[in-house]
Design a binder for this molecule. Sequence first.
Ligand code: CMP
Length: 139
Amino acid sequence: MSELTFSIIKPDAVKAGKIGDIMKMISDAGLKIKATKMIHMTQAQAEGFYAVHKERPFFGELVEFMISGPCVVSVLEGEDAIKRYRDLMGATNPNEAAEGTIRKAFGAGIEANACHGSDAPETAAIEVPYFFSNLEMVN
Ligand code: CMP
C-alpha cells in the first residue's frame, strides 16, 4: 500500500554537506519526494516535534542538537515507505547500522545520526502535517 513518511536530514548531515548524497540515496531507493524544504527549527518547534520523548533523559540534548543548525524536512511516498525509509536509514545508533545505510555512511553517534524517519503510520500522520500543509505536496 502506498503511504507517506516524514524525513529529517539532521543538522550534523546538513553541516557536513551531505544533503545531496542523502537525497540521492532516497531517490535511488525508489522513494518519491512529495515535498521538501530547509528549515532552522525553533526550540518550541523541536520540543513539540519530539514531545513523545520529553521524559527521556536525552530530551534536552536532543532538542539542543536539533536547533543547532538548519535541517531538511521532506515528505516521502511509496509502497511501504515507512519501513523502506527506516531500512535505508539503518539502526538509530550508527555504530550498529548496516553497510549501505544513511546512518552508517554519515552518522557520528546516537544523537548526531544524520536523519530521522517516522516509525509507524500513526507517527507519520502526526509528523507530516507538523511541518507541511497539503498545498506544499505535489500530486
Ligand atoms: P530520531 O529518529 O530522530 O528519534 C529520537 C532521537 O533521539 C533519535 O533519532 C536519536 O538521534 C536521539 N537520541 C539521543 N540519545 C538517544 C538515546 N540514548 N537513545 C535513543 N535515541 C537517542
